[in-house]
Ligand binder design. Structure first.
Ligand SMILES: *[C@@H]1O[C@H](CO)[C@@H](O)[C@H](O)[C@H]1NC(C)=O
Ligand SMILES: *[C@@H]1O[C@H](CO)[C@@H](O)[C@H](O)[C@H]1NC(C)=O
Length: 300
């Protein structure tokens, strides 16, 4: 009896230990959709490597424009050819992966001209990608888990209005998660005001294409560390280290897996706001075998 009890105690301690380790561990968010030669959405989720997949991009919206989705070679939204992805979104969700619609991106035509425009876009997103109804849902009847703001052009006005409108549609029963992907110079030129207002659950900061705030293998982690320490003071639940998944994925800022594990992760993990890493993108992740994610995930 005594030995059985102590065995139970040991098991309990082992489980508690794993839970504690799990609480410390970060998760991985990845962008999917901008290259037809990457895995399918369902395959990406089936790796078990990702907690968030940002489906990119809704690249045209606002300013009275008819919103347009672009998923590169995956499917053609214009001919209603992407609705088959509904089943894939659901398969991701059944594995515990949160699937977000990423709005914006590096190319495209988007912006918000007024509070009314922000409300109109919010309504569109709700009806077509979230819990609302529309006869022309690009991803069919899948209800996405939220919206990722990857706003890289235009002014900073009204992104806070859009985020607030979307957040008002969130309920405990059906949360609408909001994420932002600012550049690493602080504050972000487009999303600064919305980030200040604490409207985002997850902020994955792009620590690339910006030498003054990114990692540099010869100069060290200092630039990234100062920027990270500023970013982790924002009012967001979690901050993620956004990185290119391959050297070609960005103009600069790629971090070798060995440097990430030995030098960068120990620094960023000091913050209680650390949520994990974000990668651009699944296509680049797949450029090596094993993938970038496979090489680093045990340390994230
Ligand atoms: C409102 O959004 C719709 C898309 O849902 C768009 O077609 C329309 O032009 C927008 N209206 C205004 C006034 O911007
Ligand atoms: C990295 O640091 C070295 C040495 O300080 C510098 O010469 C180089 O330009 C830096 N690289 C980038 C991409 O900033």
């Amino acid at each position: 009896m005594a030995s059985k009890l102590s065995l139970a105690m040991l098991l309990l301690l082992a489980v508690a230990g794993q839970l504690a380790a799990g609480a410390r561990a970060g998760s991985i968010a990845i962008y999917w959709g901008q290259n037809g030669n990457e895995d399918s959405l369902a395959e990406t989720c089936a790796t078990g490597n990702f907690k968030f997949v940002n489906v990119a991009f809704l690249y045209t919206f606002g300013m009275g424009q008819t919103p347009l989705l672009n998923l590169a070679g995956h499917c053609d939204p214009a001919s209603n050819g992407c609705t088959f992805l509904a089943a894939q979104v659901k398969s991701c969700q059944s594995r515990g992966v949160k699937v977000l619609l990423s709005i914006g991106g590096g190319v495209g035509s988007y912006g918000l001209s007024s509070v009314a425009d922000a409300k109109n876009v919010s309504r569109y997103l709700w009806d077509n990608y979230l819990g609302g109804k529309s006869t022309s849902r690009p991803l069919g009847d899948a209800v996405l888990d939220g919206v990722d703001f990857d706003i890289e052009s235009g002014n900073s006005a009204h992104w806070d209005d859009l985020a607030r409108e979307l957040k008002q549609l969130s309920t405990p029963y059906r949360p609408v998660y909001l994420a932002a992907a600012p550049q690493c110079p602080f504050p972000d030129a487009s999303l600064g005001p919305a980030i200040d207002k604490g409207l985002f659950d997850f902020v994955w900061v792009q620590f690339y294409n910006n030498p003054p705030c990114q990692f540099n293998a010869s100069a060290g982690v200092g630039n990234l560390e100062s920027a990270w320490n500023r970013w982790t003071r924002i009012p967001a639940k979690q901050v993620f280290l956004g990185l290119p998944a391959a050297p070609d994925a960005a103009g600069s800022g790629f971090i070798q897996p060995s440097d990430l594990i030995s030098t960068v992760l120990p620094v960023v993990k000091k913050s209680g706001k650390y949520g994990g890493i974000m990668l651009w993108s699944r296509f680049y992740d797949l450029q090596t075998d094993p993938t970038y994610t496979d090489k680093v995930k045990a340390s994230v």
